[in-house]
Design a protein around this ligand. Structure first.
Ligand code: TXA
Ligand code: MG
Length: 318
Protein backbone atom coordinates (compact mmCIF):
# COMPACT_ATOMS: atom_id res chain seq x y z
CA UNK A 1 0.00 0.00 0.00
CA UNK A 2 1.11 3.54 -0.68
CA UNK A 3 1.07 6.05 2.12
CA UNK A 4 -1.59 8.72 1.50
CA UNK A 5 -1.32 12.21 3.00
CA UNK A 6 -0.75 15.90 2.50
CA UNK A 7 2.95 16.03 3.40
CA UNK A 8 4.51 18.26 0.74
CA UNK A 9 8.02 17.93 2.16
CA UNK A 10 7.80 14.17 1.94
CA UNK A 11 6.46 14.29 -1.62
CA UNK A 12 9.22 16.69 -2.65
CA UNK A 13 11.93 14.62 -1.00
CA UNK A 14 10.75 11.39 -2.69
CA UNK A 15 10.64 13.10 -6.09
CA UNK A 16 14.17 14.48 -5.56
CA UNK A 17 15.35 10.91 -4.91
CA UNK A 18 13.90 9.78 -8.24
CA UNK A 19 10.77 8.10 -6.79
CA UNK A 20 7.29 8.47 -8.20
CA UNK A 21 4.49 10.24 -6.31
CA UNK A 22 0.82 10.52 -7.23
CA UNK A 23 -0.24 14.17 -7.32
CA UNK A 24 -3.65 15.84 -7.29
CA UNK A 25 -4.66 18.19 -10.08
CA UNK A 26 -7.97 19.86 -10.91
CA UNK A 27 -8.49 17.41 -13.80
CA UNK A 28 -7.38 13.94 -12.66
CA UNK A 29 -4.59 12.58 -10.42
CA UNK A 30 -1.18 12.29 -12.06
CA UNK A 31 1.62 9.76 -11.64
CA UNK A 32 4.55 12.15 -11.27
CA UNK A 33 8.30 11.84 -11.58
CA UNK A 34 11.23 14.17 -12.29
CA UNK A 35 10.83 15.00 -16.00
CA UNK A 36 14.58 15.60 -16.33
CA UNK A 37 15.53 12.20 -14.86
CA UNK A 38 15.33 9.51 -17.55
CA UNK A 39 15.19 6.68 -15.02
CA UNK A 40 12.27 8.21 -13.17
CA UNK A 41 10.47 8.73 -16.48
CA UNK A 42 11.14 5.14 -17.54
CA UNK A 43 9.67 4.05 -14.23
CA UNK A 44 6.47 5.99 -15.00
CA UNK A 45 6.06 4.06 -18.26
CA UNK A 46 6.66 0.77 -16.43
CA UNK A 47 4.31 1.39 -13.52
CA UNK A 48 1.56 2.51 -15.88
CA UNK A 49 2.30 -0.28 -18.39
CA UNK A 50 2.20 2.48 -20.93
CA UNK A 51 3.57 1.99 -24.45
CA UNK A 52 6.72 4.02 -25.02
CA UNK A 53 5.19 5.74 -28.07
CA UNK A 54 2.70 7.65 -25.88
CA UNK A 55 4.34 10.91 -24.73
CA UNK A 56 3.99 12.43 -21.25
CA UNK A 57 2.89 15.93 -20.29
CA UNK A 58 5.42 18.11 -18.45
CA UNK A 59 3.94 19.94 -15.45
CA UNK A 60 5.34 23.24 -14.27
CA UNK A 61 4.18 25.98 -11.92
CA UNK A 62 4.64 29.17 -13.95
CA UNK A 63 4.65 30.23 -17.58
CA UNK A 64 8.01 31.94 -17.06
CA UNK A 65 9.52 28.44 -17.12
CA UNK A 66 8.16 27.60 -20.59
CA UNK A 67 11.21 28.98 -22.34
CA UNK A 68 13.38 26.47 -20.44
CA UNK A 69 11.43 23.48 -21.73
CA UNK A 70 10.50 24.73 -25.18
CA UNK A 71 12.77 25.54 -28.11
CA UNK A 72 10.49 28.39 -28.97
CA UNK A 73 7.30 29.76 -27.38
CA UNK A 74 4.93 31.40 -29.88
CA UNK A 75 3.02 34.50 -28.69
CA UNK A 76 -0.20 32.55 -29.04
CA UNK A 77 1.02 30.11 -26.38
CA UNK A 78 1.69 32.94 -23.93
CA UNK A 79 -1.68 34.45 -24.77
CA UNK A 80 -3.44 31.17 -23.96
CA UNK A 81 -1.33 30.69 -20.84
CA UNK A 82 -2.33 34.12 -19.55
CA UNK A 83 -6.00 33.27 -19.95
CA UNK A 84 -6.12 29.65 -18.88
CA UNK A 85 -3.04 28.59 -16.94
CA UNK A 86 -3.08 27.36 -14.25
CA UNK A 87 -6.02 25.38 -15.62
CA UNK A 88 -7.20 22.31 -17.55
CA UNK A 89 -5.18 23.07 -20.68
CA UNK A 90 -2.08 21.41 -22.16
CA UNK A 91 -0.12 23.15 -24.90
CA UNK A 92 1.95 21.16 -27.38
CA UNK A 93 5.01 23.27 -28.20
CA UNK A 94 8.45 22.77 -29.78
CA UNK A 95 10.65 20.70 -27.40
CA UNK A 96 13.90 22.10 -26.06
CA UNK A 97 16.91 19.79 -25.59
CA UNK A 98 16.45 20.16 -21.82
CA UNK A 99 13.53 17.73 -22.02
CA UNK A 100 14.71 14.13 -22.49
CA UNK A 101 13.36 12.43 -25.60
CA UNK A 102 11.90 9.62 -23.50
CA UNK A 103 9.38 12.13 -22.10
CA UNK A 104 8.09 13.07 -25.54
CA UNK A 105 8.41 9.58 -27.08
CA UNK A 106 10.98 10.94 -29.50
CA UNK A 107 8.76 13.80 -30.67
CA UNK A 108 10.20 17.22 -31.34
CA UNK A 109 7.26 18.69 -29.44
CA UNK A 110 6.50 18.71 -25.72
CA UNK A 111 3.21 18.96 -23.84
CA UNK A 112 3.28 21.63 -21.12
CA UNK A 113 0.68 22.17 -18.43
CA UNK A 114 0.24 24.24 -15.24
CA UNK A 115 -2.17 22.26 -13.04
CA UNK A 116 -4.62 24.31 -10.99
CA UNK A 117 -4.33 22.67 -7.60
CA UNK A 118 -2.82 24.51 -4.60
CA UNK A 119 -0.91 21.50 -3.22
CA UNK A 120 0.63 20.58 -6.54
CA UNK A 121 1.45 24.18 -7.45
CA UNK A 122 3.23 24.48 -4.11
CA UNK A 123 5.08 21.24 -4.74
CA UNK A 124 6.16 22.29 -8.24
CA UNK A 125 7.41 25.62 -6.94
CA UNK A 126 9.54 23.86 -4.31
CA UNK A 127 11.20 21.61 -6.88
CA UNK A 128 13.92 22.75 -9.23
CA UNK A 129 12.70 20.40 -11.97
CA UNK A 130 9.34 19.94 -13.74
CA UNK A 131 7.20 16.82 -13.27
CA UNK A 132 6.30 14.40 -16.04
CA UNK A 133 2.87 13.04 -15.16
CA UNK A 134 0.38 10.94 -17.05
CA UNK A 135 -2.96 10.17 -15.44
CA UNK A 136 -2.35 7.82 -12.50
CA UNK A 137 -4.13 4.77 -13.91
CA UNK A 138 -2.98 1.66 -15.74
CA UNK A 139 -2.82 2.41 -19.49
CA UNK A 140 -6.25 2.35 -21.10
CA UNK A 141 -8.26 2.27 -17.84
CA UNK A 142 -10.40 5.02 -16.30
CA UNK A 143 -8.48 8.04 -14.97
CA UNK A 144 -8.46 8.54 -11.15
CA UNK A 145 -10.29 11.51 -9.65
CA UNK A 146 -9.52 10.73 -5.99
CA UNK A 147 -6.62 9.40 -3.90
CA UNK A 148 -8.66 6.25 -3.25
CA UNK A 149 -8.85 5.57 -7.00
CA UNK A 150 -5.06 5.84 -7.26
CA UNK A 151 -4.52 3.57 -4.26
CA UNK A 152 -6.85 0.94 -5.72
CA UNK A 153 -4.70 0.47 -8.80
CA UNK A 154 -1.22 1.81 -8.28
CA UNK A 155 -0.98 1.63 -4.48
CA UNK A 156 1.42 -1.30 -4.58
CA UNK A 157 3.74 0.35 -7.08
CA UNK A 158 4.35 3.80 -5.57
CA UNK A 159 5.42 5.01 -2.10
CA UNK A 160 3.24 8.09 -1.68
CA UNK A 161 -0.06 9.61 -2.81
CA UNK A 162 -0.42 13.33 -2.20
CA UNK A 163 -4.08 13.66 -1.28
CA UNK A 164 -5.69 16.82 -2.62
CA UNK A 165 -9.29 15.64 -2.32
CA UNK A 166 -11.63 14.92 -5.21
CA UNK A 167 -10.71 16.53 -8.55
CA UNK A 168 -12.69 19.68 -9.25
CA UNK A 169 -12.95 19.29 -13.04
CA UNK A 170 -12.86 15.52 -13.40
CA UNK A 171 -11.85 15.30 -17.08
CA UNK A 172 -8.28 15.36 -18.39
CA UNK A 173 -6.92 18.62 -19.79
CA UNK A 174 -7.83 19.88 -23.23
CA UNK A 175 -4.77 19.46 -25.49
CA UNK A 176 -3.99 22.15 -28.06
CA UNK A 177 -1.07 22.02 -30.46
CA UNK A 178 0.39 25.45 -31.22
CA UNK A 179 2.34 26.21 -34.34
CA UNK A 180 3.23 29.88 -34.65
CA UNK A 181 -0.18 31.52 -34.89
CA UNK A 182 -2.26 28.39 -35.46
CA UNK A 183 -3.96 26.24 -32.84
CA UNK A 184 -5.33 22.73 -33.27
CA UNK A 185 -7.26 20.53 -30.83
CA UNK A 186 -5.65 17.13 -30.13
CA UNK A 187 -7.87 16.11 -27.18
CA UNK A 188 -11.19 17.45 -25.91
CA UNK A 189 -11.04 17.94 -22.17
CA UNK A 190 -11.81 20.05 -19.13
CA UNK A 191 -11.47 23.41 -20.86
CA UNK A 192 -14.25 24.14 -23.36
CA UNK A 193 -13.06 24.86 -26.90
CA UNK A 194 -15.55 27.74 -27.14
CA UNK A 195 -13.79 29.54 -24.28
CA UNK A 196 -10.43 29.16 -26.01
CA UNK A 197 -11.83 30.46 -29.29
CA UNK A 198 -13.36 33.41 -27.49
CA UNK A 199 -10.04 34.25 -25.83
CA UNK A 200 -7.98 34.16 -29.04
CA UNK A 201 -10.71 35.56 -31.25
CA UNK A 202 -10.59 32.82 -33.86
CA UNK A 203 -11.75 29.29 -34.63
CA UNK A 204 -9.56 26.32 -33.76
CA UNK A 205 -9.00 23.36 -36.11
CA UNK A 206 -10.29 20.04 -34.92
CA UNK A 207 -9.11 18.04 -37.91
CA UNK A 208 -6.87 15.60 -36.05
CA UNK A 209 -9.46 14.56 -33.49
CA UNK A 210 -10.00 11.23 -35.28
CA UNK A 211 -10.05 8.19 -33.04
CA UNK A 212 -6.95 6.59 -34.53
CA UNK A 213 -4.82 9.71 -34.30
CA UNK A 214 -1.31 8.46 -33.54
CA UNK A 215 -0.31 11.98 -32.50
CA UNK A 216 -2.24 11.65 -29.25
CA UNK A 217 -2.72 8.09 -28.07
CA UNK A 218 -5.10 9.44 -25.43
CA UNK A 219 -7.34 9.70 -28.44
CA UNK A 220 -7.09 5.99 -29.30
CA UNK A 221 -10.58 4.78 -30.10
CA UNK A 222 -10.55 2.40 -27.15
CA UNK A 223 -9.35 4.22 -24.04
CA UNK A 224 -10.60 5.37 -20.64
CA UNK A 225 -12.36 2.00 -20.55
CA UNK A 226 -13.94 0.05 -17.71
CA UNK A 227 -13.52 -3.75 -17.58
CA UNK A 228 -17.25 -4.27 -18.10
CA UNK A 229 -18.69 -3.83 -21.57
CA UNK A 230 -19.94 -0.26 -21.80
CA UNK A 231 -22.67 0.32 -24.39
CA UNK A 232 -23.49 3.91 -25.33
CA UNK A 233 -26.96 4.70 -26.66
CA UNK A 234 -30.60 4.69 -25.66
CA UNK A 235 -30.57 2.82 -22.33
CA UNK A 236 -34.19 1.60 -22.49
CA UNK A 237 -33.77 0.28 -26.04
CA UNK A 238 -30.52 -1.48 -25.17
CA UNK A 239 -32.04 -2.92 -22.01
CA UNK A 240 -34.74 -4.64 -24.07
CA UNK A 241 -32.10 -6.65 -25.92
CA UNK A 242 -30.27 -7.79 -22.77
CA UNK A 243 -30.86 -9.60 -19.48
CA UNK A 244 -31.77 -6.69 -17.14
CA UNK A 245 -30.02 -8.31 -14.15
CA UNK A 246 -26.78 -8.23 -16.15
CA UNK A 247 -26.98 -4.45 -16.62
CA UNK A 248 -26.01 -1.29 -14.76
CA UNK A 249 -26.97 2.18 -16.01
CA UNK A 250 -24.99 5.42 -16.33
CA UNK A 251 -27.45 8.25 -16.92
CA UNK A 252 -27.12 11.99 -17.33
CA UNK A 253 -29.78 13.22 -14.90
CA UNK A 254 -32.77 10.85 -14.58
CA UNK A 255 -33.16 7.36 -13.20
CA UNK A 256 -34.23 4.73 -15.73
CA UNK A 257 -36.83 2.08 -15.01
CA UNK A 258 -36.03 -1.62 -15.19
CA UNK A 259 -32.70 -1.45 -13.32
CA UNK A 260 -32.44 -1.19 -9.50
CA UNK A 261 -31.22 2.23 -8.35
CA UNK A 262 -28.20 0.73 -6.59
CA UNK A 263 -27.13 -0.35 -10.06
CA UNK A 264 -27.44 3.12 -11.52
CA UNK A 265 -25.34 6.29 -11.39
CA UNK A 266 -26.70 9.70 -12.35
CA UNK A 267 -24.00 12.12 -13.47
CA UNK A 268 -25.94 15.23 -12.52
CA UNK A 269 -29.50 15.12 -11.18
CA UNK A 270 -29.83 18.84 -12.00
CA UNK A 271 -28.50 18.41 -15.54
CA UNK A 272 -25.31 20.42 -14.98
CA UNK A 273 -22.46 19.47 -17.34
CA UNK A 274 -19.71 20.58 -14.96
CA UNK A 275 -21.13 18.37 -12.23
CA UNK A 276 -21.50 15.55 -14.75
CA UNK A 277 -17.83 15.88 -15.76
CA UNK A 278 -16.76 15.86 -12.12
CA UNK A 279 -18.72 12.66 -11.45
CA UNK A 280 -18.06 10.76 -14.70
CA UNK A 281 -14.99 8.68 -13.83
CA UNK A 282 -16.03 7.83 -10.26
CA UNK A 283 -19.46 6.78 -11.56
CA UNK A 284 -17.83 4.56 -14.19
CA UNK A 285 -15.62 2.98 -11.52
CA UNK A 286 -18.55 2.41 -9.16
CA UNK A 287 -20.59 0.63 -11.85
CA UNK A 288 -17.53 -1.29 -13.05
CA UNK A 289 -17.23 -2.85 -9.57
CA UNK A 290 -20.81 -4.21 -9.62
CA UNK A 291 -21.51 -7.87 -10.50
CA UNK A 292 -22.92 -7.03 -13.95
CA UNK A 293 -21.82 -7.73 -17.50
CA UNK A 294 -22.91 -4.49 -19.15
CA UNK A 295 -22.89 -0.80 -18.32
CA UNK A 296 -25.56 0.94 -20.37
CA UNK A 297 -24.70 4.61 -20.79
CA UNK A 298 -26.43 7.51 -22.48
CA UNK A 299 -24.73 10.53 -23.99
CA UNK A 300 -25.14 13.98 -22.44
CA UNK A 301 -26.11 17.19 -24.31
CA UNK A 302 -23.43 17.78 -26.97
CA UNK A 303 -22.48 21.29 -25.94
CA UNK A 304 -19.63 22.77 -23.85
CA UNK A 305 -18.10 20.13 -21.57
CA UNK A 306 -20.71 17.68 -22.88
CA UNK A 307 -18.56 17.20 -25.99
CA UNK A 308 -15.63 15.97 -23.91
CA UNK A 309 -17.89 13.80 -21.72
CA UNK A 310 -19.40 12.16 -24.80
CA UNK A 311 -15.91 11.67 -26.24
CA UNK A 312 -14.86 9.75 -23.10
CA UNK A 313 -18.07 7.70 -23.13
CA UNK A 314 -17.56 6.73 -26.79
CA UNK A 315 -13.96 5.69 -26.17
CA UNK A 316 -14.91 3.79 -23.02
CA UNK A 317 -17.44 1.92 -25.12
CA UNK A 318 -15.28 1.28 -28.17
O1 TXA B 1 -5.25 16.51 -17.24
C1 TXA B 1 -4.26 15.94 -17.68
O2 TXA B 1 -3.75 16.25 -18.76
C2 TXA B 1 -3.67 14.82 -16.83
C3 TXA B 1 -3.10 15.42 -15.55
C4 TXA B 1 -2.41 14.40 -14.69
O3 TXA B 1 -2.27 16.47 -15.86
N1 TXA B 1 -2.66 14.13 -17.56
C5 TXA B 1 -2.97 13.29 -18.58
O4 TXA B 1 -1.87 12.64 -19.10
O5 TXA B 1 -4.09 13.10 -19.00
P1 TXA B 1 -1.95 11.37 -20.04
O6 TXA B 1 -0.55 10.96 -20.20
O7 TXA B 1 -2.87 10.38 -19.46
O8 TXA B 1 -2.47 11.92 -21.38
C6 TXA B 1 -1.66 12.84 -22.07
C7 TXA B 1 -1.95 12.86 -23.53
C8 TXA B 1 -1.55 11.57 -24.20
O9 TXA B 1 -2.61 11.11 -24.99
C9 TXA B 1 -0.38 11.98 -25.08
O10 TXA B 1 -0.35 11.30 -26.26
C10 TXA B 1 -0.62 13.46 -25.28
O11 TXA B 1 -1.13 13.89 -24.07
N2 TXA B 1 0.66 14.14 -25.52
C11 TXA B 1 1.65 14.38 -24.62
N3 TXA B 1 2.71 14.96 -25.23
C12 TXA B 1 2.38 15.08 -26.52
C13 TXA B 1 3.06 15.57 -27.67
N4 TXA B 1 4.31 16.05 -27.60
N5 TXA B 1 2.41 15.53 -28.86
C14 TXA B 1 1.14 15.05 -28.94
N6 TXA B 1 0.46 14.55 -27.90
C15 TXA B 1 1.06 14.57 -26.71
MG1 MG C 1 -4.35 9.06 -19.40
Amino acid sequence: MAETGTDLLKAASLLRQGSLVAIPTETVYGLAGNALDEEAVLNIFEVKERPSFDPLIVHTWHRDTFSTFCAYVPDLAYQLAEHFMPGPLTLILPRSDNIPLIVTSGNDTVGIRIPDHPLTLDLLEQLDFPLAAPSANPFGYISPTSAVHVEAQLGKAIPYILDGGPCRVGLESTIIQIRDDSAEVLRLGGLEIGMIEEAIGKKIDRIRLSASNPQAPGMLSSHYAPRKKLIVGNIIENLEKLQPTACAALTFSDWVSGIPREYQARLSPSGDLHEAARNLFSAMRKLDDLPVTYILAETVPATGLGLAINDRLQRAGA
